[in-house]
Each structure stands twice: as C-alpha cells, then as structure tokens.
Design a binder for this molecule. Structure first.
Ligand SMILES: Cc1cc2nc3c(=O)[nH]c(=O)nc-3n(C[C@H](O)[C@H](O)[C@H](O)COP(=O)(O)OP(=O)(O)OC[C@H]3O[C@@H](n4cnc5c(N)ncnc54)[C@H](O)[C@@H]3O)c2cc1C
Length: 335
C-alpha cells in the first residue's frame, strides 16, 4: 500500500473542529483513488474517545499525543510535534484546515520539512503531472483562486514529499452518511521538554457569536444594491421572516454597512445553506466562491445580465424594494 494521507485534527478545548471532519471526508475520497489509507495527527488531552469516532469518517489510525500542556494550541510546540509525526510516518499528503490554527501551524511545518504547501485550496484531486519531460504520477493537484480570484490556479509540488495543503472550513462537504468503524489510536509520548514551551495560555475568553452563517439553513444576503438603509431593512425582514441569517457581499463590509461576520465569499465565509437568497448582489467570482455550493439559489437583481443569474436556480429581475415585500407577504400568507 502506498503512503497514507494524513489530516491534522484541530481541536478547540476538546471539541474536534468541523473542518477536520470535512478534510477527512475529502482525504478518504483521495485515498480510495490512491489505494491507501487515511491517518490523522492529534494533539491535546482527554481526546481519545472522540478520536476513536474518526474511524466512522474514514480514518484508520490516529497518532495521538495526549498531554495537558497541549490542550491549547501554541504554534511552536505544535509545529515541532506535528513535524516529528510526519517525519516518522511519512504520509504522501498532509491536510490542514485554513483556520487561525492551521494558518499558524502548516507554514511552520512546511518550512521545517522543506516541502510544498498550498494555502486556501478550493479543490483537491489526484492526477499526473509532466514537467521537463518527466512524468510525475498520482500527485496532489491543488486548485485555488489566484490573482484576486480572477484565475483558478492548479498547483502541484511534484518533488515535495509530502505535499501539504490547507482548506477553509465549509469548502469540502461533510459526508452525508457515516459508518460505525473505530479508528486505531496510537498514543505517543510528548517529545518536548520544558524549554520548548515559549508561551502559556492562561485563559480563553469567548465572545458570543451573534451571526452563524455556517450552520444556517437559509441565508438572505444583501449586496450593494441593498446598501441604503430602507433596502437593507427589507433584506433583514426577509431573513427574519424565513428564519434565516443575514449575509452580505464584501463591499457592504468594506463600506461599514455590515460587520465582517456577515461576509460571504472568498475572503469571507464559505456557506452551503439549503437556500441562499442574493439581494442586489452582482455575483462576482469572489462572492460566488463562498456560496455557489448552496443547494438552492434565488437571485433578485434589476440587471438581467448580472452574473449571479448564471448560477441561480431561480431568478427575479426587478427592483428589490418592490419584490421583497411581495415575497414576505406571500410567505406569511402560506404559513
Ligand atoms: C481579492 C478579492 C477578494 C474578494 N473577496 C470577496 C468576498 O469574499 N465576498 C464578496 O462578496 N466580494 C469579494 N470581493 C469583491 C468582488 O469582486 C465584488 O466587488 C463584490 O462581490 C461586489 O459586491 P456586490 O455584488 O454587492 O456589488 P456590485 O457588484 O456593485 O453589484 C450590485 C448589484 O446590485 C444590483 N442592484 C442595484 N440596485 C438594485 C436594486 N434597487 N434592485 C435590485 N438590484 C439592484 C446591480 O444590478 C448589481 O448587480 C473580493 C475582491 C477581491 C479583489
């Protein structure tokens, strides 16, 4: 069997991050193509029972360093340990979430191991690559937007062993059905000594999340066509009426109309709701990158040529201020 695909398991105070499950799901599909297995690297304390369940997502083995000192993420100790696990077990591919943790960890690991790392991938595939008359088989093909999202780049690190990539939360889908298999947990001794810990987390202060686009079933998003207070209020009312969350395009955030926590897109949040309603959003590629995987898309725009209509399941051409009140009225009449 060829070398495994390894996923770094991100945990926050003992809870496994969704992005790690999404990555395992993608890794399983890639591993099937390569005829190999999915392994995982996890650091923390008291995680064993949760790590066992990763088997149901497709992980065969978890290399686990169980130590209270690793309960909170700190970049230097984590990167030393993860680099060590990779050196010892030699996976061919390593995947990290493009989260605050993954973004601090993956480049340090890549630098320590002198291997290629592609950040913020939106697609991962296995394929062959030829360069200077040499053919590299079964390599990780890393797909991501580049130059401000104007082109989609395909990146291969042909000589890199392993190939490493980060992927943002929500970009890969969670599996719809999970099995009941258990992962084998291989507990390892923490190789670090006292002097390896340069910082200590004394306290974690949580800020309440007022907007939760990630888990919303319905998102009603406002673009610059709804930037004036009266139109925005209508979009907000539509979201409230449908029991959805309020999203927006980036210029709405840049111009100070809404907070960053509402922003959908390449530099915002990636969402996959059952229904996404785009109100006065033109649908540029950077916005579409964050919402095109929604199950159903309804676009309301006065410009019949707006790019959003090319991915919308339903389109209404017209003035927001006329259409949204009609939608609210029709919905209220039905329930
Ligand atoms: C590196 C980079 C990253 C980016 N990241 C993101 C990102 O994460 N998310 C994001 O959204 N954008 C992002 N952008 C910006 C993106 O390129 C677009 O500029 C942005 O999405 C446009 O926002 P919009 O559709 O709200 O505004 P506009 O493009 O101005 O579109 C407004 C739309 O509203 C319609 N309209 C106007 N008035 C009405 C009305 N009364 N009734 C009905 N329709 C009306 C217009 O016909 C138009 O189609 C990024 C850009 C770059 C360069």
């Amino acid at each position: 069997m060829s070398k495994s695909i390894m996923v770094f398991i991100e945990q926050n105070e003992g809870n496994i991050a969704n992005v790690s499950l999404e990555l395992i799901s993608k890794a399983s599909a890639l591993a099937e193509q390569l005829g190999t297995s999915v392994t995982a690297a996890a650091l923390g304390s008291g995680l064993k029972n949760k790590l066992v369940t990763l088997g149901s997502y497709g992980v065969s083995k978890v290399y686990y360093i169980n130590d209270k000192k690793l309960h909170h993420f700190t970049a230097v100790p984590y990167s030393k340990i993860v680099s060590g696990i990779i050196k010892e077990h030699k996976p061919q591919i390593v995947l990290f979430g493009a989260t605050t943790t993954g973004r601090a960890l993956a480049p340090r690991v890549a630098s320590a191991l002198k291997c290629g790392l592609t950040a913020d991938c939106t697609g991962l595939e296995i394929g062959d690559f030829d360069s200077k008359k040499k053919i590299y088989c079964n390599k990780l093909i890393q797909i991501r937007p580049a130059f401000g999202g104007n082109i989609i780049a395909t990146i291969v690190s042909p000589e890199s062993d392993p190939s490493m990539a980060t992927v943002r939360e929500g970009v890969m889908a969670l599996p719809e059905h999970i099995g009941s298999e258990k992962a084998e947990i291989v507990e390892k001794k923490n190789p670090l000594c006292e002097t390896d810990y340069m910082t200590e987390v004394l306290e974690v202060i949580h800020r309440e999340k007022l907007v939760n686009l990630k888990s919303a079933n319905i998102i009603v998003s406002a673009g610059m066509g709804a930037a004036d207070p009266a139109s925005l209020e209508l979009v907000r009312q539509l979201a409230d009426t449908l029991g959805g969350e309020l999203g927006c395009s980036r210029p709405m955030v840049d111009s100070g109309v809404l907070g960053k926590e509402h922003q959908v897109g390449q530099t915002g949040i990636t969402v996959r709701p059952n229904l996404y309603i785009a109100c006065g959003i033109s649908g540029q590629i950077q916005h579409r990158a964050g919402m095109s995987q929604s199950k159903r898309i309804l676009a309301i725009n006065k410009d019949p040529h707006a790019p959003i209509f090319s991915i919308a399941n339903y389109g209404i051409i017209g003035e927001l201020n006329d259409i949204i009140p009609l939608l609210i009225k029709a919905y209220r009449a039905k329930v």
